[in-house]
Design a protein around this ligand. Structure first.
Ligand code: HMG
Ligand code: MG
Length: 298
């Protein structure tokens, strides 16, 4: 592909909303996603097929995805942690699914109630069904730069978990700094180690902005050849494990940086900023995007 093109994976409707205390209606979520599409966003993680006890905000995912416009140029993705989730996802017009595990055993236990190894086993029927239906599977590894329970995470553990997911059938693994603790040199060290064994087009970065490091960390990843970046409009979300924590890096800020650096996204930043303002107002929260705020005042 074009080395100047950066693929943006918009996770606001999933990672963002799953961590917002205010519940949105199906109509409100559909409206948000349609706004993102109109702004040129072409990959949207639209929901999550997990236990509604764990993530009540995601309980309406099937209805939301069913009400989205049929678009050949837009990927609708959803999280599917196990067979049950995959079966539910397949009842919808979802084009891609994602499985998720962590580089930290303690985090994985609390997040999906099993060990890393067990999680890979639970994903087997997900991969089998995906293959049958020709649905690409994305993978997430959480806690790649630190864990709320274990603290420091060894690079070797991230490499091992990432390779497990790729070998099991993921076309790409998104590396999650789940609690946003990493800084640029740590990102560079991690990515250099991974890139010595894994092609850059099989890795994505998924940085939460808890400590304000996400944009710098993304730039570091871009300089090392990464071309897929996860982000959340208006920086939606938070982290249930870290009080006062902000959400994913804001999509508007990422797009502003990319366009400023001569990279392409096909996203209309002004329209995206309007979507970010609107959803922030609806959730009665501050807009977590600096670029979004600046553009709305311009
Ligand atoms: P479990 O308790 O081990 O599973 O949970 P189980 O099979 O024993 O089932 C327990 C109950 O859940 C049963 O219901 C099942 O039917 C139900 P009950 O009999 O008690 O009424 N159940 C389901 N319901 C709906 N959909 C399903 C499903 N599976 C079981 N797919 C499970 C295992 C994975 C289900 C649970 O731990 C869970 O739902 N965890 C989700 C946690 C979550 O959503 N975390 C946030 C997403 S990950 C993330 O945000 C990180 C990421 O952004 C990257 C980063 O930032 O690092 C991706
Ligand atoms: Mg996340």
């Amino acid at each position: 592909g074009d080395p100047d093109f950066v693929r943006i994976v918009e996770v606001g409707p999933r990672d963002g909303l799953q961590n917002e205390s205010k519940l949105l209606s199906v109509e409100q979520k559909v409206h948000l996603i349609k706004g993102l599409i109109d702004a040129g966003v072409s990959y949207i993680e639209a929901g999550s097929f997990v236990s509604p006890k764990w993530a009540p905000q995601m309980a309406s995912s099937a209805e939301v995805i069913q009400q989205l416009p049929e678009r050949k140029d837009v990927v609708y993705a959803a999280l599917t942690p196990n067979l049950k989730g995959m079966e539910a996802a397949l009842q919808t017009q979802v084009n891609e699914v994602a499985v998720f595990t962590a580089a930290s055993e303690a985090f994985n236990q609390r997040n999906i109630n099993c060990s890393i190894q067990e999680s890979i086993e639970r994903f087997q029927p997900v991969f089998a069904l995906a293959q049958e239906r020709n649905i690409p599977v994305r993978g997430y590894v959480s806690c790649v730069l630190g864990c709320p329970y274990e603290g420091r995470i060894e690079i070797s553990q991230v490499l091992k978990t990432t390779k497990l997911l790729l070998e099991a059938g993921c076309y790409e693994v998104s590396l999650g700094d789940t609690i946003g603790v990493g800084s640029t040199h740590q990102v560079a060290n991690l990515l250099k180690a991974l890139l010595s064994e894994i092609q850059s087009d099989r890795l994505a970065v998924h940085f939460h902005d808890t400590y304000g490091q996400a944009l710098a960390n993304i730039d570091t990843a871009l300089n090392l050849g990464i071309r897929t970046v996860d982000a959340s409009v208006a920086g939606l979300g938070g982290c249930p494990y870290a009080k006062g924590a902000s959400g994913n890096v804001a999509t508007e800020d990422v797009v502003y940086m990319l366009h400023g650096n001569g990279l392409k996204t096909n996203i209309d930043l002004n329209r995206l900023a309007m979507v970010g303002n609107e959803i922030s107002a609806l959730l009665a929260r501050n807009n977590g995007s600096k670029a979004g705020l600046a553009l709305s005042q311009a």
